[in-house]
Design a protein around this ligand. Structure first.
Ligand code: ADP
Length: 329
């Protein structure tokens, strides 16, 4: 939402608030005015004739009463309009202030969406440019061997895979945001983690990384089994990616006091400044070391953590390693 449309929406919202306030004030004043009508005569009679023996009011006195009643009515009406005016003015100012508060989250979401879209376009542009350049160069140059063409095709394939992964990750991100907690079931984190350890064992062995586990048998949470698998897969995948050969990755899971899972690695670690940013979409400490990553993994993890009302904390030291701890409620 740009400044102009934000201001316009703010004024429209204020008008609605003031309109509603005016209707309420008008209805309230009407009831008050009608109710007071009968009181006017009573006030005058009591003021001018009280203490006197009950008697018939003379026509001349009646005229006088009528005049006084009109004056009283006018004064009451003026007072009412004055008070209503002040309330409306004050209400208008308050509404203008409140409308800013009401629109703020909408504006923030809009701004975030705008930045996100710009980031997506920027990220998509790099592999697309690489595909385009590789294709153009290979079309232009003559005397190409079969190997040259194979190299270009391999480049195009790798960039297309990058784009596909990005599209899938973005889709996953938007799906997680709309996850319904009502569909949550009792899920065994112990089983999910044991399955993942079996899956990642081969990759770890290839890198000579030791996978150690301390997973309690009965660690349960309410959640979405598929998304929780994705969650731990992201942390494990990162631990493997950012740990040098012959490192150690430790996975622990405990049930009490709260179901908690932590993944510790002896990898490259991160500075405190980077730790603050790694959950942002597309953020990578060093893209050249990311090996096919796109900086969306931890953003997805963060969303999964959020929908499960869990918390994630990170402890990391450069060249020493990192620990990601997920605590469920
Ligand atoms: P990527 O696809 O680049 O891995 P992620 O969102 O999963 O994206 O992670 C964001 C960044 O956080 C990574 O690029 C990396 O720099 C850093 N990071 C994540 N996990 C670790 C880890 N276990 N050790 C060191 N750095 C990590």
């Amino acid at each position: 939402m740009d400044t102009h449309s934000f201001q316009r929406t703010r004024i429209i919202l204020t008008s609605w608030y003031v309109g509603i306030l005016a209707i309420i004030l008008f209805a309230f004043s009407l009831v008050l005015y009608t109710g007071e009508q009968n009181n006017f005569a009573r006030i005058i009679v009591r003021r001018d004739f009280s203490g006197q023996v009950p008697r018939i009011i003379l026509p001349i006195e009646r005229e006088e009463i009528q005049e006084q009643m009109t004056a009283l009515r006018r004064a009451f009406l003026l007072n009412l309009i004055g008070v209503d005016g002040v309330i409306l003015l004050f209400g208008g100012a308050l509404s203008y202030f409140l409308s800013k508060k009401t629109l703020k989250p909408v504006q923030e979401t809009f701004e975030r969406q705008k930045i996100f879209l710009a980031d997506v376009s920027h990220e998509i542009r790099t592999p697309l440019a690489a595909i385009q350049t590789a294709s153009e160069v290979s079309l232009r140059s003559k005397n190409k061997t079969k190997e040259d063409y194979q190299k270009v095709i391999a480049q195009i394939l790798s960039q297309s895979k990058r784009l596909t992964k990005m599209a899938n990750d973005l889709l996953l991100l938007s799906q997680i945001e709309s996850t319904q907690q009502v569909a949550f079931k009792k899920v065994s984190l112990s089983e999910i983690l044991q399955d993942l350890v079996s899956t990642f064992k081969t990759t770890a062995e290839e890198k000579h990384i030791t996978l150690t586990t301390a997973i309690e048998e009965k660690v349960f949470v309410r959640g979405d089994a598929y998304k929780l698998t994705q969650l731990f897969m992201i942390f494990l995948d990162n631990a493997l990616k950012y740990t040098k050969d012959t490192g150690v990755i430790t996975i622990t899971a405990t049930a009490s006091p709260k179901p908690t899972v932590s993944i510790t690695d002896t990898g490259i670690g991160m500075s405190a400044k980077d730790v603050k940013k790694i959950f942002e979409r597309f953020y990578q400490v060093d893209p050249s070391r990311s090996r096919g990553g796109n900086g969306l993994g931890l953003a997805i993890a963060q969303e999964i953590v959020k929908v499960h009302k869990a918390k994630v904390s990170v402890k990391s030291l450069v060249d020493k390693g990192s620990t990601f701890t997920i605590t469920f409620s």
